[in-house]
Design a protein around this ligand. Structure first.
Ligand code: GRF
Length: 207
């Protein structure tokens, strides 16, 4: 990857955006956020971006005649700002192939479970209901399937007997905030390739 310009796509709260901003500020992540985009006008995360003097953009999906048109508008906005890596942070819309093809191996997402367990919505609730003893967070590349692209980094979080969805989600979120900047840095630094489903170091010798 040549440049280190990020485009961060958010839907709401923006705590992962804040974690990325903090990691850049204290030197753990060498990158620049070129733009923060939301499809929701009053997303709280947009205020986080404004406070940090990061350009924001709202692209409401209601204004687009189709999903493909929305994806085109989004890709165009990111290209205009010369974004090198797209980071989804709570952006729940499933992106179409035209968007994904516009940024091959250059879109990351964070998900609150150890994928491939519990993809989709309410991952923490799914984990509690299933009765797993360990869950966690995953940063992965985005492809056309839901929460299924090659995994960059994962972090495990124990499930406690007394956990509620809220307490478990809060503990996973702490790990998300540590994991996402680290994964972004790893991807930006290069020295990796995608081999089937796996992200591998280019130095790694195939057995
Ligand atoms: C996080 O739990 C993330 O894993 C999921 O959506 C949530 C976004 O939270 N994809 P925030 O907006 O970053 O606070």
């Amino acid at each position: 990857m040549n440049g280190r310009r990020l485009g961060v796509l958010i839907l709401g709260r923006g705590s992962n955006l804040q974690a990325i901003i903090d990691a850049i500020a204290d030197g753990r992540l060498r990158a620049e956020i070129a733009v923060v985009i939301s499809n929701i006008q009053n997303a709280a995360g947009l205020d986080i971006a404004r406070v940090a003097n990061i350009p924001t953009l709202v692209i409401p999906h209601q204004d687009s005649p189709s999903r493909a048109a929305y994806d085109r508008a989004l890709a165009q906005a990111l290209r205009t700002r010369q974004v090198d890596l797209v980071c989804l942070a709570g952006f729940m819309r499933l992106l179409g192939t035209s968007f994904i093809d516009a940024f091959p191996n250059r879109i990351l997402n964070i998900h609150p479970s150890l994928l491939p367990a519990f993809p989709g919505l309410d991952a923490q609730q799914q984990a509690l209901q299933h009765g797993v003893k360990v869950t966690g967070a995953t940063v992965h590349f985005v492809d056309a399937a839901l929460d299924a692209g090659p995994i960059v980094l994962q972090s495990a979080v124990p499930v406690r007997a007394a956990d509620t969805v809220a307490s478990l989600a809060a503990r996973i979120l702490v790990e998300e905030h540590r994991l996402y900047p680290e994964a972004i840095d790893r991807v930006l630094n290069g020295g990796w390739r995608i081999d089937g489903r796996r992200m591998v170091d280019t130095a790694e010798v195939t057995p």
